[in-house]
Structures are given as C-alpha cells and as structure tokens.
Design a protein around this ligand. Structure first.
Ligand code: ADP
Length: 473
C-alpha cells in the first residue's frame, strides 16, 4: 500500500516539476561553481606570473647596476626572499654553462637548467613555479636567472573560495527542491480544483461548471474549454432526450392504431369484408411506422457515414426532374401549378437515394402548405460564382411565421399556425431536419426565406464533387 502511494507520488506533476526544477538548479549551480573556481584560479595565476615577471625585470636591472657589487645584490635579494617567506619566493642564478652561481634563501631543490637554454620559459615543479630568463649584467657576462615561488598560497586561496562556494551551493540545492515543491504546489492548486469538480460531474447532472480565476492563464483557458465542452454535452444530452421522447411519442400513435384494429378484429366474428378493411388499416399503419422508423434512422447518430458514400456522384437535375414528375399528379389534384423554371446539368456528391429525399421533402412541403391556385417553381443550376450547385423550390403558399423560422429545422418541430390548407394529415416534423442532416453531411447549406401569406423559398447549395474522386452516378 505504502509502495503504491510512493509510486503515485512519483507520477504526480508536482513531484516531476520539483524534480526537474532541482535538476536544473543542480546543473546550473555545479556549472557555475566549476566555472567560477577555474576563472578565479586562472586570475590568481595570471597575477602570480605578472609579479614574478616584474621581479625578474627588477633583478635584471639590479644585476646591471650592482655588477661590481654582487655581494650587496645577494644581500638585497636574500632580504627580499625573507620578506616573501610565506610565499617561498626565491632567486637562482646560473652561469652560461648552467652551473649554479648563487641561490637565495628559501630556494627549493630544483633540477639544473638543461641545455640548450631558451631565452625565457615558465617551468612548473609543483608546488613551485618559476620564470627562467637569460640576462646580461655586462657585455662579457651572460647569466641564467630563475625567479619563482610556491603555488601553495594560490591553491589555498582557491580552496577557501571553493569551500565558500560549496557551502552556498549546498544551501541553494537544499532550498531548490523545497522552493520547487512550493512553486509546483501553487501552480497546480487550480488543477486540483478542476480535477475535484470534474470528478463530481455526472451525465445525469451536468449543471456544475469549473470555477474561473479570471487570470487568463493556461489553466483558466483549460477551465473555459472544459466548461464549453460541458455546455455542448449538456445541450446534446437534452436534444437526445427530446429526440427519444418525441420519437416514442410519434411511434405510439400508429402502434395504438394497429393494436386497436387487431382488438376489434379479435373481439367478435367479422365478415370477410370487415377483416379486409381492418387488415388494410393495419397495413397502412405499418407502412406509416416503417416510414417513420426510416426517417428516425436517417437522423439517428452514426448515420453520417451512411449519408455520404465517398466518391459517389449524382445528377441533381435528373433527381429534381423525376421528383417533379412524381408530384405532378398531386399538384394537379390540388389545382397547383408545379413548374421547372431552370434546369442545368449539375453533378453533386452524394447518393441519389438521399438527394431524392431532400427534393421530395421540400416539394411535399411546398405543395402541402399551398392553397389551390398557388404556384410551385423548381430551379436547378450552378450558383452564380459557378462554384456550387443550387436547388431552389419556391412556393406562393401560406408562408412561415417569423417566430417559427428559426425552429423549423428542429426535429419534430411543427408550426401550429402553418397547418396545411386542406387540413390533411400532419407530418412528424422530421422532413426538414432530415434534409438538413443530409445536406450538412454533404458539406452543403440550406436556407429559407418566407413571408406569411405570400410563400416560402428554400435554397440548397451543394459543393461540386471533387474531380479527383471517381464515382457512379
Ligand atoms: P413535416 O414533416 O411535419 O412537414 P417538416 O420538418 O418538413 O415537417 O417541416 C416543419 C414545419 O415547417 C412544418 O410543420 C411547417 O410548419 C413548416 N414548413 C415547412 N415547409 C413549409 C412551406 N413550404 N410552407 C410553409 N410552411 C412550411
């Protein structure tokens, strides 16, 4: 159990942020420590070398000045060596053959210069470092001069500095995880609230929303996005619930009619003619049921793929011509003029089956909501910029009230005011929503303009099929 908790803690964002923060601080502190230590050591060495070079220049001048009074020079150099005792400063002089002539106090045991002698050179003989140079106190005399000192003081200073820096670095490294943990906790705190609130949400109750801090930071953006998603899910669930309720309601009427016809048939012996009439009723109700179920299937979720068969193309003008031929009889019975006012050959994506449903629904409505003597016009052509196909069905019927216009594409919506003039059987309020679903699936648009008492105009715009995709008509 404990092991599980520990494992979970390792996986938390808080731990990972703390870990990375500490790792970054560690790398930065170590690099800085090493860099500063090396930099300071080099600066100390440069200063050390500078001093020895200056000493060597002074001694060179002194050998020329005190050429005849060597003893006095040696005395002076010895007192200088004593003065620089802590640094173990020393001077050595060799003749032109490399034989030692004189060495000051504090001179360590060093190897004699090896021939051939170079003019000037730095020699490291830990812990000593010295500058060896050729000097000429007089025209006849050539000497080799060595001036050096111990590097121990430089190393001691560097070591002291390293200790101080290690102490400071240790302190920073101790504070880094604590500070990192505190910062990570502060940054993640709103996330914990988002998790807690999201955890409480349930599909049955999506009222609660994530709190916003109005800081416009990423976490506030996340809350806003999740809230937007919740709004859409809640609206979707309401639509779905309404759909199921409405669908059940619409299915109940034909089912009740079937049941009552069967009950009547079973209640008492009937004549053959009565049985035929009752069974005809049952047949009609079953046909209505079948039609309704088919419509519901089109609207049901997951049919989007079925609506659009990839690569399939259809001649929209041919579909419209067939629909007009089919509805001509109904139009004549109702004394309505049904005319094709424009018919261009246009190819659109989609199957003829679903495009027929679109044209039929629109024509059916146009005739249903038009009184005798009205006119229904059908138009199929390329849209003016020539980029889309246009289908327009215009009627001079009863029109749609302004308050109904925004809702007529909703599932099961039927306007009470716009009853069909012949008061025939009312539809299910699914025709236009089916049209919209099919047209949307084909990446098209459907628009309506209507004036009560004057008529309606439904316009469908569909993209031309992709020329790269082949398909059957
Ligand atoms: P229905 O299957 O009941 O006709 P629709 O979805 O096709 O349902 O239409 C929804 C509502 O839109 C109809 O009940 C009617 O009120 C209105 N409507 C649709 N087309 C027309 C039209 N051409 N003229 C007047 N009203 C119309």
């Amino acid at each position: 159990m404990r092991c599980g908790h520990l494992k979970m803690f390792w996986q938390t964002l808080r731990f990972r942020l703390t870990f990375w923060n500490t790792a970054v601080v560690l790398v930065v502190v170590l690099t800085t420590l090493v860099g500063v230590r090396e930099g300071v050591r080099r600066a100390f060495l440069a200063e050390f070398d500078q001093l020895l070079r200056e000493d060597s220049r002074e001694i060179k001048l002194a050998t020329q000045q005190f050429h005849d009074k060597r003893e006095l020079l040696y005395l002076l150099l010895n007192s200088q060596a004593e003065g620089h005792g802590p640094h173990r400063w020393f001077v050595q002089m060799f003749d032109a053959q490399g034989q030692l002539i004189w060495a000051s106090k504090n001179t360590p045991i060093l190897a004699a210069p090896a021939a051939p002698f170079v003019d000037q050179i730095w020699v490291e003989a830990p812990p000593f470092r010295y500058w060896q140079t050729r000097i000429e106190p007089s025209k006849q005399t050539r000497l080799l001069l060595r001036v050096g000192a111990s590097l121990e003081t430089v190393d001691e200073d560097v070591a002291t500095l390293t200790k101080i820096m290690l102490l400071a670095g240790g302190g920073i490294l101790l504070l880094a995880p604590l500070g990192g943990y505190w910062l990570a906790s502060r940054a993640i705190h709103p996330l914990s609230r988002i998790i807690a609130t999201t955890d409480r949400l349930h599909p049955a109750d999506l009222q609660e929303r994530l709190p916003l801090r109005h800081t416009s930071d990423e976490l506030d953006q996340l809350s806003l996005t999740i809230n937007g998603l919740l709004d859409r899910i809640a609206a979707f669930l309401v639509r779905k619930r309404d759909f199921v309720a409405n669908a059940s309601h619409e299915l109940r009427s034909p089912l009740a009619a079937v049941r009552s016809a069967v009950e009547v048939a079973l209640a008492a012996p009937r004549t053959n003619e009565e049985y035929v009439n009752l069974l005809t009723d049952v047949m009609e109700q079953c046909a209505a049921l079948e039609d309704l179920v088919n419509r519901l299937l089109v609207l049901a979720e997951g049919t989007g793929d079925i609506l659009t068969t990839p690569g399939q193309r259809t001649r929209l003008d041919q579909v419209a011509t067939k629909a007009v031929e089919m509805f001509q009889g109904v139009a004549e019975t109702r004394d309505i003029t049904l005319a094709v006012v424009a018919l261009e050959e246009v190819m659109v994506p989609g199957s003829p089956y679903y495009l027929r449903q679109v044209v039929n629904n629109l024509l059916d409505n146009a005739l249903k909501f038009s009184a005798s003597g009205s006119r229904v016009a059908v138009e199929v052509r390329a849209d003016s910029p020539g980029r889309r196909a246009l289908l327009r069905i215009t009627d001079t019927g009863i029109g749609i009230a302004a308050e109904d216009l925004p809702r007529i594409f909703e599932r099961f919506y039927r306007s009470n005011k716009s009853r069909s003039p012949d008061d025939g059987p009312r539809g299910h309020g699914l025709g236009l929503s089916i049209c919209q679903a099919i047209i949307m699936a084909l990446q098209g648009e459907i628009h309506v303009q209507s004036t009560p008492g004057q008529g309606s105009c439904f316009t469908v715009l569909l993209p031309f099929p992709n020329p790269n995709k082949q398909g059957a008509c």
